[in-house]
Design a protein around this ligand. Structure first.
Ligand code: SF4
Ligand code: SF4
Length: 184
């Protein structure tokens, strides 16, 4: 038995429910051709072989696509590899079966987040965004370098314009996005 989205489900129903949620999310955001594309996978491995992140981490893209077909994708919710994808779209462009891998990966992450899973690194990025308006805030050594080059210490972004930062924060709060910057 498992609890998912507030419901107690038999394991087999739970597995199917997770995949169904991924499909529905893809349908909503990307359309039908994305939502069901994983069934066309022939396990050729082109995605894994092309993945720049997979060359340096344990991310195995082919296995994540396989897990959608086997209804075991929920197992990735609390595993680091789901978060190692940089959404570069290389795999999606190269897939001979036109599986919309990156879009699917994003939907899987969406559903993982809704169930309370998110890597601490992604939470940190959200926190930086909320605090500074940048996912990669400017560092002190970069400020010094800018000053040496005769530039203003910070660029003309939210670093300079407090009002723009307030707007970023408001947007993040209204979308309930800011909450994910908190420690999980
Ligand atoms: S490249 Fe496409 S067909 Fe090949 S394993 Fe990856 S998703 Fe499946
Ligand atoms: S989109 Fe993600 S999984 Fe695909 S090649 Fe890029 S990093 Fe790898």
């Amino acid at each position: 038995m498992a609890v998912f989205a507030g419901k107690i489900l038999r394991d087999s129903d739970f597995k199917r429910d997770v995949v169904e949620k991924v499909v529905q999310r893809c349908l909503l955001v990307f359309g039908k051709e994305v939502s069901e594309s994983f069934v066309s996978c022939i396990q050729c491995g082109m995605c894994t072989g092309s993945c720049p992140s997979g060359g340096r981490t344990i991310l195995n893209t082919r296995q994540i696509v396989l897990s959608l077909n086997l209804e075991t994708v929920y197992r990735y919710f609390d595993r680091s590899e789901l978060w190692y994808c940089t959404t570069c779209y290389t795999c999606q462009e190269r897939c001979p079966r036109k599986v919309r891998i990156t879009d699917l990966m994003r939907a899987v992450r969406n559903i993982a987040v809704e169930n309370g899973y998110m890597s601490k690194e992604h939470r940190a990025v959200i926190r930086y965004l909320y605090e500074t308006g940048h996912s990669v805030p400017i560092r002190e050594d970069v400020k010094e370098l800018r000053a040496k080059l005769g530039l203003p210490e910070v660029p003309p972004t939210t670093h300079q314009y407090g009002k723009a930062l307030e707007e970023v924060r408001k947007l993040m709060e209204e979308l309930n996005y800011a909450q994910y910057g908190e420690e999980g």
